[in-house]
Every structure is written in structure tokens, then in C-alpha cells.
Design a protein. Structure first.
Length: 385
């Protein structure tokens, strides 16, 4: 690779070991005028030396890489800056290119190879451009990089969230207000266990027995399409629409003909809510209580995941065959009393992802080669003039 005469390079990183390794690598490539700086201010103090290229580390103290980049560009927009980050963060990459970085490199085992490729691009570009062309190129480069990334953002990075709503349909938060008198009513397809103390022959999935009575073990009665179940000794009983307390009283009265002071407990084994989206453990949650809050449910689902949009948590409920929904903001403490709505069995809680999720997932395959494509296009255009 043919070197441009007197190409001065600055390396800025608060990691002394990285500075020495990368300085030696540049020396091996034939660049002898390489200066290293452990912080941004030291670099700024030496900009009068007119470096051609500055490699800037992202995470530095007390001055971070983006701040240093902006100050270098204010001092001399013609200095080529290469931004180096340990994170595949598209937002950081966009900021770096927007503020004039020539390229964006991600730290890793192949960083030295990427530095070599960047220097090759710079050498090729400088060899092709005259002095007047260089000035035009340096002025145009930041805008070109930023516009390229902006086009990607606008055309291909929309996240595919569920339950998109018609904006003309208003939500009804009153449906989700806590009702202290609320009691669950039996529905078709419910799974019911009946426990009769000291009478396993009359029990189905007894909580008083030595064996587990969970739904998984199949010890339950299924409410059929007509709302009935077949109860030992009693026969067919219509349970649809009744509360658990009402059923217990009904069964006590029925068993009182055979047992003195019967102790009966009824449980609905499938009182569940479904939690979808950006939580650590999505799926179905069993509700053991009558009153269950949204925050409790999210906590049981392992809390929000990294990309969760806490400002648009959606709760959906079927009311008389019609879906009702409310969107709440759990990001602010002042919204807690109104946003911590209470859930009922059958509710669906959906936590959408932030827009940055798609960007971050694609950053490794989009951002790194972005400036290479741009530079190649400009070099071809320059050569054909």
C-alpha cells in the first residue's frame, strides 16, 4: 500500500495498553508519525500539529469520544476522524457519522484488520483527489454519511409490534379501574377442583390430600359448553356465572346431607393472564388472588426486558365479546396510581419494543460497511470525472 507523504496520525484512548498496541500496528503498516494521547484534552492541545487522521475511542473520561469528535471538527473540519467503540450501538454510530466521523469501527479481535482497511481507504481517497477536490470532499462527507444512514432508518427499520390500534377508536380506562367488590365468575372451559376435608372420595384434586392438585396433574372438572360439571355424590351442577364463594356454599349445603359440618373449598385452576412482548419470561401467569395489579404481573414475568417500551404498556380485556384496551405509562412515578391497573383472568398484557431494537439488531451488518460503500462510490465518481 503506497503511503501518502507525512501522514500524521493521532490515537486517543484512556487505555494505555490499547494505545501502544495500535501505535505499533500503525508503525508496522509504515506510519512513523503517530502520536498517542490518554485523554481528549491532551489531543485538543496538540491539534496545531495538523494531524491528518485521528482515531477516537468512544468511552473515555473526563471527555467522551463524541465530545472530542465535535471539538476536533470545530477546530478543523478537514481532519479525518475514525470513531472506535466497544459497543454495536446504532445510535452512537449515527451520532458519530453525523458529527463528521470518516468511519465507525467496533472493537474486537479483528480491530487491527479494520484499522488497516480504513487506512487503505484513506490512502486511496487522498491519492485520487486534488487539493481543491479534497476540500469539497471533506465538506460533503459528513452529510453523505448521515443521509445514507437516514435513508436506512426511514425505509427499513420499522419494528413489528402487535395489537396496533385504530387511532380513531378511543380507549376506555374505566374498564380497568379497581373494583373492590369484584369476584371471579365461572366460565365455560374453566378447570375446577373440589376439596372436601377428610373425604377424598368426594374430592377432585383435593388440596387436603398428599398429592399435588395443580392443573398440570389433570385432577379437575371441566366446565362444559352448557356451564355444567359432574360432582361426585351430587351429580350434574350448573356453575356458569357463579362465584367461587357461591359454589362453596352450594356444595356445603349439598354435602350436609351426608357429612356433619362439611368443610369444602373450590378452586379455579386456570385463572390466568397472558403476558407478551418485552419481558424476560413471557407466557401465562396463574392468578392466585382476586385482585392482581399490572406491576405485580410484570414482576412475576421477570421484569421488563432491555428493549421494553415502558411508556406504552397495553392491557386488553374481553368485555361482553368486545375487546377493550388501555395503554399506560409505567416510566414515571407520578403515573403509578393511574397506570398500575388491575388485571382479571383472561386479560392480555402486551409490552411493545422500542424502535431502537431493530436498529441495534442490525447494526453489526449495516453500520460497519456503511462508510466503506459511501467512500467507494465517491472514489468511483471522482475517477470517472
Amino acid at each position: 500500500m503506497k503511503k501518502t507523504a507525512q501522514l500524521r496520525i493521532f490515537l486517543v484512548d484512556d487505555d494505555q495498553f490499547s494505545l501502544e498496541v495500535h501505535k505499533q500496528h500503525l508503525h508496522n503498516l509504515g506510519y512513523t508519525d503517530v502520536q498517542v494521547f490518554a485523554d481528549g484534552q491532551a489531543c485538543l492541545n496538540e491539534l496545531v500539529e495538523q494531524p491528518a487522521v485521528v482515531f477516537i475511542d468512544h468511552m473515555m473520561e473526563p471527555m467522551d469520544g463524541l465530545t472530542l469528535l465535535k471539538k476536533i471538527k470545530r477546530f478543523d473540519p478537514h481532519i479525518l476522524t475514525v470513531f472506535v467503540s466497544g459497543q454495536e450501538d446504532l445510535a452512537v454510530a449515527i451520532d458519530a457519522l453525523k458529527y463528521g466521523a470518516f468511519d465507525y469501527l467496533i472493537k474486537g479481535a479483528d480491530l487491527k484488520d479494520r484499522m488497516t482497511a480504513v487506512m487503505h481507504k484513506i490512502e486511496s481517497m487522498l491519492a485520487q483527489l486534488s487539493v481543491s477536490q479534497k476540500k469539497k470532499w471533506f465538506q460533503f462527507l459528513p452529510s453523505l454519511n448521515f443521509l445514507w444512514l437516514l435513508a436506512i432508518v426511514l425505509s427499513s427499520c420499522a419494528s413489528q409490534n402487535m395489537f396496533q390500534k385504530d387511532p380513531s377508536i378511543k380507549e376506555d380506562p374505566s374498564v380497568f379501574v379497581l373494583d373492590t367488590s369484584y369476584q371471579y365468575r365461572i366460565r365455560t372451559d374453566d378447570k375446577i377442583s373440589i376439596s372436601v376435608w377428610d373425604h377424598d372420595d368426594l374430592s377432585v384434586g383435593s388440596i387436603y390430600g398428599i398429592y399435588n392438585s395443580n392443573e398440570v396433574y389433570g385432577k379437575w372438572l371441566l366446565v362444559d359448553a352448557k356451564g355444567n360439571i359432574s360432582v361426585p355424590q351430587i351429580g350434574e351442577v350448573h356453575v356458569l356465572g357463579k362465584s367461587v364463594l357461591e359454589l362453596e356454599n352450594q356444595f356445603r349445603e349439598a354435602y350436609a346431607r351426608y357429612i356433619k359440618s362439611p368443610i369444602v373449598e373450590v378452586k379455579v385452576l386456570n385463572k390466568e393472564v397472558t403476558i407478551l412482548g418485552e419481558v424476560k419470561t413471557p407466557g401465562k401467569l396463574l392468578l392466585e388472588k382476586e385482585h392482581n395489579s399490572l406491576v405485580e404481573a410484570i414482576g412475576r414475568a421477570g421484569d421488563f426486558d432491555f428493549y421494553a417500551d415502558r411508556t406504552h404498556v397495553q392491557v386488553i380485556r374481553n368485555v361482553n365479546g368486545e375487546p377493550k384496551s388501555v395503554t399506560v405509562d409505567l416510566s414515571l412515578l407520578k403515573n403509578y396510581s393511574t397506570s398500575n391497573v388491575y388485571l382479571q383472568p383472561g386479560d392480555v398484557v402486551y409490552i411493545p419494543s422500542r424502535k431502537s431494537k431493530v436498529w441495534d439488531k442490525r447494526s453489526g451488518s449495516i453500520v460497519v460497511p456503511a462508510t466503506a460503500i459511501i467512500t467507494t462510490a465517491v472514489l468511483v465518481a471522482t475517477t470517472l470525472r
